[in-house]
Structures are given as structure tokens and as C-alpha cells.
Design a protein around this ligand. Structure first.
Ligand SMILES: [Zn+2]
Length: 114
């Protein structure tokens, strides 16, 4: 499962961050998941709860913020949310779009117990 390797690198990153800040534990982890990132939130949650055992994140709560896909029309220069994978500008019906957000997943914030 793709989410398992994602969570492992996420935990590595959090652990590094926690040690740099002399934290005893991590109480909360907030990630942002783009709708086009290919990450299934419920699988990510399962993977997180599985792998957090015996790590600094053992008692951490995982919060997931789902990011819509935001695109900009290269023709009329307007930004909009892409709904139902309709990659077409709702203002001028052009297909010439640039994706601004919603393509990836990243660590937004962690709360540490120092
Ligand atoms: Zn447009």
C-alpha cells in the first residue's frame, strides 16, 4: 500500500523535527492532502495508527485537511476549484489550465510536548 511508505517518511520527518526541538512527545499531527495526491485519507489514517506505535507519535492525533484542486485559467487568469475532475475553466470554457493546489500531500503542522 502506497500510504504505508508515505506514513513512514512522514514519521521520519516528524521525529527529526521533534528531536531538534527537544520534544518528549508529539500530541498532534496535521497533514494537508490534495484531492489529486493519490492518497486515500482513510488508508493514511490506518497506516498512521499502525506505524505510530513505539514512536514519538505514539499518542499523537492525526488531523487531515482535504485540499480541493485549485486551478488557474491561463486565458482569463481566474482561479477556481476543480469539481468532479472537470478540467475546464467555468468562466471562459478553456482547457488551458495550470494546477495551483491539491496535487500533493504535506505536513502542515505538528504540536509538540516539550
Ligand atoms: Zn478562463
Amino acid at each position: 500500500m502506497h500510504e504505508f511508505s508515505v506514513v513512514q517518511s512522514l514519521l521520519d520527518l516528524i521525529e527529526k523535527n521533534a528531536y531538534e526541538n527537544n520534544a518528549k512527545a508529539v500530541s498532534k499531527v496535521i497533514v494537508k492532502i490534495g484531492k489529486m495526491s493519490g492518497i486515500e485519507p482513510h488508508l493514511l489514517k490506518i497506516a498512521f495508527d499502525t506505524f505510530k506505535e513505539k514512536t514519538i507519535c505514539e499518542n499523537a492525533e492525526l488531523e487531515m485537511i482535504i485540499q480541493d484542486v485549485v486551478a488557474r485559467c491561463e486565458d482569463c487568469n481566474k482561479d477556481f476549484t476543480v469539481e468532479n475532475n472537470k478540467f475546464i475553466c467555468p468562466f471562459c470554457n478553456d482547457y488551458n489550465l495550470k494546477i495551483l493546489d491539491g496535487e500533493d500531500m504535506y505536513l502542515l503542522q505538528i504540536e509538540l510536548d516539550v
